[in-house]
Design a protein around this ligand. Structure first.
Ligand code: 13P
Length: 254
């Protein structure tokens, strides 16, 4: 990552793991991560855990985030959680457009765009996930796929709002599989994301945007990935449930 322009962000994605009754213990064990200077640490937790996690983190610099939100601010949407609710519960970030949401819950690029706008309206920083499938990579259309996802996610965002945006490049084939993109390949895609953002917002804003890598990132592969110039942090699934591993990844940003 290029420290001159961007702060590192290491974000945990607990996914649908960790009950409220378990959240306090895991969060307490995560407190040691907060000592990392110049690195933002975020725990993106199930909505029902948010209040408990936030309470444990009260005195620390670790932020909390949601994993999804609805694109409307309020209304008759049984079972949904709005961006405003996440914000009110203490969240600073929200993951939007994770590939699990796209593939299993029918989230289209259009829905992702509306959720990004809702997150920003509510005062949250969206962590927008983009990534290609294995087939798309084999067909050689990774960059085309990423460009469509990136451009539609920020469509309609003005320069001010764009400053709040964080991207996460998560190749679908690397998520939860133990397969990681090589640091060089991951860097190439993150660089392409930045180039795409530069076309729309110009050199300075795109240079300042944090672009994370996600997909089987762990304490072993993190140092090499984080050493790449266009990778500014990580979005961590499995390893974020293990405090030691997660702390080691945070430490690798130094
Ligand atoms: P894993 O780290 O378990 O591969 O998950 C990555 C991810 O989906 C983070 O959002």
């Amino acid at each position: 990552m290029d420290r001159r322009y961007r702060k590192a962000i290491i974000a945990a994605n607990w996914k649908m793991n960790i009950n409220p009754s378990e959240a306090k213990k895991l969060t307490t064990a995560m407190l040691k991560c907060s000592s990392a200077k110049d690195t933002s640490v975020v725990l993106c937790v199930p909505a029902i855990d948010l209040t408990i996690v936030k309470r444990v983190l009260r005195q620390s610099r670790i932020a909390v985030g949601g994993q999804n939100c609805h694109y409307e601010d309020t209304g008759a949407f049984t079972g949904e959680v709005s961006a405003q609710m996440l914000y009110d519960a203490g969240a600073k970030y929200v993951i939007i457009g994770h590939s699990e949401r796209r593939s299993m819950f029918g989230e289209t690029d259009e829905i992702v765009r509306k959720k990004v706008a809702a997150a920003i309206r509510a005062g949250l920083r969206p962590i927008i996930c983009v990534g290609e499938t294995e087939e798309q990579r084999e067909m050689g259309i990774t960059e085309e796929q990423i460009r469509i996802q990136v451009k539609s996610a920020v469509y309609g965002l003005d320069a001010d709002d764009f400053r709040k945006v964080v991207f996460a490049y998560e190749p679908v084939w690397a998520i939860g599989t133990g397969k990681t993109a090589t640091p060089e390949d991951a860097n190439e895609v993150c660089k392409a994301i930045r180039a795409c953002l530069r076309e729309k917002y110009g050199a300075r804003p795109s240079r300042g945007t944090s672009i994370l890598y996600g997909g089987s990132m762990n304490e072993e592969n993190a140092p090499a990935l984080l050493a790449m110039p266009h990778i500014d942090g990580g979005l961590i699934g499995g390893a974020s449930l293990k405090p030691e591993a997660f702390a080691a990844i945070v430490a690798a940003t130094k």
